[in-house]
Design a protein around this ligand. Structure first.
Ligand code: ATP
Length: 460
């Protein structure tokens, strides 16, 4: 892996910002933490929700051909026999310390990693799935597993969704949810943990059209990251080599991000053929075929699987947005977060705590809260308050000053340029809505004026 530091970022700065500002805490920290488990704090939970919401909007709400699903974490144990997880994960495994691929040691010829030549861990009988027991008796009959991926919940519901929605192919089913893997090696903060969240689509298509749809989803998913402001030079598509492919997979690409520790997988996109539905039909004895009205024949659809990690997207978004600028003797830390992802969209800052001013500021705050996650901050100097908002990526600050009492106008300050405009309070909500949607700051509403020009406007 190559080293890099875009925008002065490194993992230490990200973890420290996350801890300091309440994005992420170590799990059960008062007991010393639990290895590779993390808790999302007040700002983290907002950012995470925004990521999931952006994904859901792009892949479900804005499309006719994809529907949503939310399946249980515990599933019938036969699911994992059919999917291959039970057998595949109970072999003697060694993991490459460099590229983290796991190898069945009984399949290995040499003693180093066949993919990159890296050093391998000692082999151990390892089942990646967390095992637990259902009901009062702990025996093999009651053994269940925490799902290691959300995908299988989609496959086992394929017929239910088809029957109840009366949809035709191509049909996608999308799900966001927790997955659990007892990873041999964890690390790099939230990049690889044992409990994480996935955003997965299983896109079912007619056999023969799978290659075309596979290419479509590669492009679509890459564009999603770009639309959220991830820099193009920090994204790449990497095709899996033959030996990396699962035996049933026809093709697979990773969307990699250039994290501070190097290029690593954000999302995997695989052409899985008809393997999953065929396996579940075989193990359950239920038909999971699709009746093609045009040709009047039953067929087993092929599936394209774009499978993304919420936590890894979170980390990539933070790394990409992190920036530092000289600010007198200090450093201005700021997150250039896309407004759609920013945990707080607007901060309302009264210039003083005087009652008449606070009253107007509270009025503004109450109105804006109806639309967005808004914060109210009246502690310390205005400069410090701006910096606090910059550091968490708040796109706009609204300042209420003494003149506001007279002219019923307030200033809006933009995070990236620090430019300011002054607008009548009655236009504030619509003005902010336009700015959050990407309108240039100096496009003014009626009665608005440029207040302070610190820097040239950015294009966003
Ligand atoms: P890796 O090779 O990094 O272990 P993987 O190929 O096993 O990942 P997939 O099974 O393709 O991962 O899972 C799809 C997505 O789920 C990944 O691209 C990643 O974003 C996320 N993911 C998988 N394992 C973890 C983990 N342990 N922690 C956080 N996210 C994960």
């Amino acid at each position: 892996m190559t080293e890099k530091t875009p925008g002065n970022v490194n993992m230490e700065k990200i973890t420290s910002l996350c801890r300091r500002r309440g994005f992420i805490f170590p799990s059960s920290e008062i007991y010393g933490g639990l290895s590779s488990c993390w808790d999302y704090g007040p700002l983290g939970v907002e950012l995470k929700r925004n990521i999931k919401e952006a994904w859901w909007r792009a892949v479900v709400r804005e499309r006719d051909d994809v529907v949503g699903l939310d399946t249980s974490i515990l599933m019938h144990p036969q699911t994992w026999e059919a999917s291959g997880h039970l057998q595949g994960f109970s072999d003697p495994l060694a993991e490459c310390k460099s590229c983290h691929q796991r190898w069945r040691t009984d399949d290995l010829e040499g003693s180093s990693c066949p993919a990159c030549g890296g050093e391998l861990t000692e082999p151990q009988m390892f089942n990646l799935m967390f095992k637990t027991f259902m009901g009062p008796v702990e025996d093999t009959a009651s053994t269940v597993y925490l799902r290691p991926e959300t995908a299988q919940g989609i496959f086992v519901n394929f017929a239910n969704v088809l029957d109840t929605t009366r949809k035709k192919l191509p049909l996608g089913i999308a799900q966001i949810g927790k997955s659990f893997r007892n990873e041999i090696t964890t690390g790099n903060f939230i990049f690889r943990s044992r409990e994480f969240e996935q955003m997965e689509i299983e896109y079912f298509v007619k056999p023969g059209s799978d290659e075309e749809w596979f290419n479509y989803w590669l492009e679509e998913r890459r564009n999603w990251y770009l639309r959220l402001g991830i820099r193009e030079e920090n994204l790449r598509l990497r095709q899996h080599m033959k030996h990396e492919l699962a035996h049933y997979a026809r093709d697979c690409y990773d969307i990699d991000y250039l994290f501070p520790m190097g290029w690593a997988e954000l999302e995997g996109i695989a052409n899985r053929g008809d393997y999953d539905l065929t396996q579940h039909a075989k193990y359950s004895g239920k038909s999971l075929s699709y009746f093609n009205e045009d040709a009047k024949e039953h067929l087993v659809p092929c599936v394209i699987e774009p499978s993304a990690g919420v936590d890894r997207t979170f980390l990539a978004v933070l790394c990409d947005a992190y920036d530092e600028e000289p600010d007198g003797d200090e450093i201005r830390v700021l997150l250039h977060l896309h407004p759609e992802l920013a945990p707080i969209k607007v901060a309302v800052l009264p210039l003083s705590r005087k009652e008449n001013l606070a009253h107007v500021a509270q009025e503004v705050y109450a109105e804006l809260r109806q639309c967005w996650t808004v914060s109210y901050d009246d502690a310390q100097s205005i400069g410090r308050r701006y910096r606090r908002q910059d550091e968490i990526g708040t796109p706009f600050c609204v300042t209420v000053d003494f003149a506001s009492l007279e002219d019923r106008a307030v200033t809006i300050r933009e995070r990236d340029t620090m430019n300011q405009i002054r607008v009548p309070m009655e236009t504030l909500r619509t003005t902010l809505a336009a700015k959050l949607a990407g309108e240039a700051l100096f496009t003014l509403p009626p009665g608005g004026k440029i207040w302070k020009e610190e820097r040239k406007q950015t294009s966003s």
